[in-house]
Design a protein around this ligand. Sequence first.
Ligand SMILES: Nc1ncnc2c1ncn2[C@@H]1O[C@H](COP(=O)(O)OP(=O)(O)OP(=O)(O)O)[C@@H](O)[C@H]1O
Ligand SMILES: [Mg+2]
Length: 276
Amino acid sequence: MLTFELVTYRYAGAARPSLQDVSLVIGSGEVVGLVGASEAGKTTLCLVAAGLAPRTVRGTLKGRILIDGTDVAPLTIHELAGQVGIAFANPATQLSGVAGTVYEEVAFGPMNLGFSRSEVIDRTEAALGALKISDLAEREPALLSGGQQQLVAMSGLLALRPAHLVLDEPTAQLDPAGTRLVAEALARLALDGASILVAEQKTDLLASICDRVVALDAGRVALDGPAFEVLGDARLAELGVAAPASVRLRSLAGAAGPGPEALAHLDGALAMEATA
Ligand SMILES: Nc1ncnc2c1ncn2[C@@H]1O[C@H](COP(=O)(O)OP(=O)(O)OP(=O)(O)O)[C@@H](O)[C@H]1O
Ligand SMILES: [Mg+2]
């Protein structure tokens, strides 16, 4: 469980806070989507949740962040890294820079955690397989495309099997196939009990994996509720967020006036498309 209690964050030198009185609970097994216009504070919330702000990005934090009920304030960045897995939009910054191959890169995390050799191998192969990048195992991470690097970084995260995850636009560089693999991997981690916070522009992805969605507006929580409610909320457009295709199509269909049966068909077709 990941808890934010009245979290306010002001970057050093900034005129006003980038997060204001944010309170959220992300339960075990829950995937919470984070949406909002550019500059709404999504990345800031991820940095604060991961403990990078204010530890490495300077600023002032008010309020509390708790992991499984324990205040994280006294923890070092390394202690926190063992508890919260993080992924950011630019995968190059996340790769270790020391691994010569993709295999070593993905194995790096579990090796550092001190797992046995066979456990490291199991976790590495499962994580590579989950994102269908086993064929990249012997490649050099630095020489991959942005999308491939994003899958490698996510694979490294999966190999850690974290109980708490904070992801800032983890599919920014991925095509629909890669996005779907990441979505499936996150859904599996949630089934295993992970608490997951995922900031994403791709609301179709959020519609397919989130229990709840939170919309930020100028650093404050503007909407917080079940994914289908928030993603179908008419205020989403005013908050600078594009609704998922299913919602946009339904409102188009609604204007043309088909019956409920046609809409049920449409939902079925979209669900098929989302999982195909
Ligand atoms: N290091 C920093 N120092 C000062 N202000 C910052 C810093 N980083 C971000 N901000 C400010 O904090 C606010 C929130 O930015 P943030 O990056 O969290 O938004 P975001 O919702 O992630 O936007 P985007 O969709 O563009 O990624 C913005 O007003 C931004 O200018
Ligand atoms: Mg951002």
